[in-house]
Design a protein around this ligand. Structure first.
Ligand code: BYC
Length: 318
């Protein structure tokens, strides 16, 4: 293709983005648009799958049958989200095997939040309330993203995340109405998960290498800082309502901005965790690699079955 032809395709592409049209898998797209989406969507999928681990670990220890059923359903939903997202990413020409390879070799990232341990039952409340709460804010914006399969996956995922957030908040509500020990456990979970939840939105806009381009392509509809602020403004009143204290001495309502001012995030900690040195990075990756290796025989059997079926069909036709 000549340079002129490529320029013309790029112009048509930019015009479609400007008109808020969705880009579909068979449409022409700049290579960088395709690669950026593969990066973000596959990392999003990996986050959903790795995100099953901290909560999955508590299913057998849920304090009642009702809690166990809800947690089981939630963890299963996260697995489903990962599968939609892998399928959506595959429409961009990457295989699932390649995506797993990138995860297992550390080339692809996953959300920093899942490298923190879930130490008590209250952490199930804090994860649902804060982690799914942060995820919804990020994902509601992504429902308007420009790549059709990603946007459509987000619509369904957001509906399920909303149930997850409420089940987490309800756990925190019940604990905060309980004994002193239960209230302390809820406060301790909030203390440990508050700052890592704020880090989920990514680095500050000024330190984010991808935000400017992703905003232009309407992959991102809001910046990292805008979404973080929205999360804080929404969540602080929820903490107050159940009598918990947000662990930030600099948190203060700003009348002029009609928003909360908040303290400085520990960005060194964030980058340490992203680079693989968080409290649970090694454990999480080992669990995923083991699951992948242990499941090899299932994939082989499924492939052998599919090949046999195909052979049978070919024989019947000839
Ligand atoms: N953790 O330029 P930036 C869930 C990386 S799971 C790790 O701002 P971008 C749930 C970033 O990848 C929902 N890495 O990048 C599941 C980039 O590195 P690379 C998870 C992070 O992509 C189970 C570099 O830092 N949600 O709901 O424009 C149970 C520079 O950042 C993080 C999603 O995945 C981080 N927190 O913006 C419960 C949402 N932040 O790729 C709940 C989809 C940044 O150049 N993803 N990095 O090596 C996004 O919206 C965007 O990718 C981000 C980052 C806002 C996260």
């Amino acid at each position: 293709m000549s340079e002129e032809q490529i320029k013309s395709l790029e112009n048509q592409f930019e015009a479609r983005i400007a008109r808020d049209e969705k880009i579909e898998p068979k449409d022409w797209m700049p290579e960088k648009y395709r690669q950026t989406h593969i990066r973000q969507m596959s990392q999003h999928a990996h986050s959903e799958i790795i995100g099953m681990l901290p909560e999955g670990n508590w299913i057998t220890r849920a304090p009642s049958l009702r809690r166990k059923v809800a947690l089981l359903a939630k963890v299963q939903d996260e697995g489903g989200h990962g599968l939609y997202l892998y399928s959506a990413a595959e429409t961009l020409g990457i295989s699932r095997d390649e995506m797993f390879e990138q995860l297992h070799t550390g080339k692809a990232k996953y959300s920093s939040i899942f490298n923190y341990p879930a130490l008590t039952w209250a952490d199930m409340g804090a994860i649902g309330w804060l982690v799914d709460g942060a995820a919804i804010i990020n994902q509601v914006a992504l429902c308007g993203t420009s790549y059709g399969p990603y946007a459509r996956a987000m619509v369904r995922i957001c509906k399920e995340e909303s149930f997850h957030q409420r089940q987490g908040y309800e756990i925190m509500l019940k604990l905060s109405q309980g004994t002193q020990e239960q209230r302390d456990m809820a406060q301790d979970a909030l203390n440990r998960f508050w700052w890592p939840a704020l880090m989920m939105f990514g680095p500050k806009d000024e330190d984010s290498p991808h935000t400017a381009q992703s905003m232009k392509w309407k992959l991102k509809r809001k910046t990292n800082d805008d979404l973080r602020q929205q999360f804080i403004d929404q969540t602080v009143p929820q903490a107050e309502l159940i009598g918990l204290t947000v662990p930030d001495p600099d948190l203060k309502w700003n009348e002029e901005r009609q928003s909360y001012d908040f303290g400085e995030i520990d960005w060194d900690e964030f980058w340490q965790v992203v680079k693989g040195h968080g409290p649970c990075n090694k454990e999480r990756m080992a669990a995923r690699v083991n699951a992948w290796e242990g499941g090899a025989w299932v994939r082989d059997a499924a492939m052998a079955y599919a090949e046999k079926q195909q052979e049978r069909k070919t024989k019947q036709v000839s």
